[in-house]
Design a protein around this ligand. Structure first.
Ligand SMILES: *Cc1c(COP(=O)(O)O)cnc(C)c1O
Length: 452
């Protein structure tokens, strides 16, 4: 047996921090490998910090979700939410699994086309679709989900000009018992706005109403909210059939399922408490099957699940820069991962594990990033074994939103690597360089030189 490393004992003042049911220590094993690849090798090859994505986890999560729904409901279609992670390699894993694309801007629309998704399998959501965006979407026969009346009128006008009937749905917002209601997107169900929009579409005759859409929120812990949403959309679909003898082909329940992350302030870890795909599928499919659809009129169920499919597959690897003590004596460990790379650290208590063997001591630690900003805190308070300069850490469950919301700030954004099904790493985004930033800049002639 290896001899334990000596660590100097420290005397420290007792501070009462957030209580933890499981005691002070939370990590017992280091994360030395990801899908069989050594963390230290990844960092040596691609630099630190580094995002790593497991293709195996992406596919497993997708297959779990698909199975949960297809075993309960006969017609199911997933559409990958681009804004959750639009790294092309990640999108294409989901497209290979059969997902369509769900986009919320002209840029994302073009990214999906560039990845090879046919326009007819792109769902176009969001409040800011410009006229050229809409024209592009119409030319590609995309599914356009109308957010507001101005968009409806623009579409009606474009339909006339382009002599075509765009395929549309309306986005509906509603009271699902979870507050605050996300009522800034789409048309409200309870106050009649949704019916106003439907009547306008159906009576104009210029647009082809194919679906009904909602996206009730994100990280929704209540499965019952989905049952209510599905029930309300079903009621609208049945109403459209009754009033206009027109069949709505699909009901799209958007995204919003939780990942296994732990929300800040939660008492129990998210991995123990958050609903599973089966829980969501049970609530949604039961509500749809119980609605008054004839068996030949059951709409296709579309799901735009983002976070829950990709979060677990993402890791952020980093390196310890230094340790110090706060004025009160609390341990501060500075790492090279800043909040500009980990937007979700504002919402979650991300699990952080050392990437190498450690000794038996653990200590309440503040994990700070490298930015010259007081807000650069990865974990306010986390019980970690002692880490030394040069040691590596692994932050878990960072696949959702971080690689799209990251900011180039003070430092350059790192590389992203995917580990394939055989355990082979591939770079999918190069580390940024000074040229990445300067390449976009222009310096006017009169500011081109100076003397100091
Ligand atoms: C962001 C978004 C999604 C994905 O949401 P998740 O919470 O990541 O599942 C789906 N649909 C729409 C319209 C969105 O804006």
């Amino acid at each position: 047996m290896e001899k334990f490393r000596y660590e100097r004992p420290v005397v420290r003042k007792l501070e009462s921090e957030m209580p933890n049911k499981f005691g002070m220590r939370t990590e017992y094993r280091p994360t030395t490998h990801i899908e069989g690849v050594a963390v230290k090798d990844l960092l040596a090859t691609y630099g630190s910090p580094l995002f790593v994505i497991s293709e195996k986890t992406l596919r497993n999560q997708f297959r779990k979700a698909r199975k949960a729904f297809t075993t309960r409901y006969p017609r199911v279609q997933f559409a990958w939410s681009y804004k959750t992670n639009y790294m092309s390699a990640v999108c294409n894993v989901f497209h290979q699994e059969g997902s369509w694309a769900e986009v919320v801007s002209g840029f994302e629309f073009q990214k999906a086309l560039g990845n090879g998704v046919q326009g007819s399998k792109i769902i176009f959501n969001g409040p800011d679709k410009t006229e050229p965006d809409l024209e592009m979407a119409i030319q590609h026969n995309a599914l356009i989900h109308i957010d507001h009346l101005d968009e409806l009128y623009t579409l009606t006008d474009l339909a006339e000009r382009l002599k075509t009937r765009p395929r549309v749905a309306i986005r509906v917002n509603m009271d699902t018992g979870v507050y605050p209601i996300w009522d800034r997107f789409g048309f409200n169900y309870e106050n009649g706005q949704a019916w106003d929009a439907l009547n306008k579409i159906m009576h104009s005759g210029k647009l082809e109403l194919v679906g009904l859409h909602c996206h009730i929120g994100t990280f929704m812990i209540s499965t019952q909210a989905y049952a209510i949403a599905a029930g309300k959309l079903a009621e609208l679909a049945i109403g459209v059939r009754r009033k206009f003898n027109h069949t709505v082909k699909y009901i799209d329940l958007g995204g919003g399922f939780t990942s296994k992350n732990t929300l800040k302030g939660a008492y129990l870890p998210g991995s123990d408490t958050n609903p599973t795909f089966d829980d969501y599928a049970e609530a949604i499919s039961t509500a749809l099957l119980n609605a008054d659809f004839g068996s030949d009129q059951l709409p296709t169920l579309i799901l735009e699940t983002g976070r829950a499919l990709v979060d677990e597959a993402g890791y952020l690897l980093g390196t310890v820069i230094s340790n110090k003590r706060s004025s009160k004596g609390k341990r501060i460990t500075i790492v090279d991962i800043g909040v500009n790379l980990m937007f979700t650290s504002f919402w979650y208590d991300h699990r952080v594990t050392p990437a190498q063997e450690f000794t038996q001591y653990s200590e309440d630690t503040t994990l700070n990033g490298p930015l010259c900003m007081n807000i650069d805190v990865i974990r306010e308070s986390v019980s970690l074994p002692l880490l030394n300069k040069g040691d590596h850490i692994v932050v878990h469950t960072v696949g959702a939103y971080n690689m799209t919301q990251w900011m180039q700030f003070i430092t350059l954004r790192p590389a992203v690597v995917i580990i394939d099904m055989e355990g082979k790493p591939h770079i999918i985004r190069e580390v940024e360089t000074l040229g990445t930033v300067n390449g976009q800049e222009r310096v006017p002639q009169h500011l081109a030189s100076f003397e100091l």
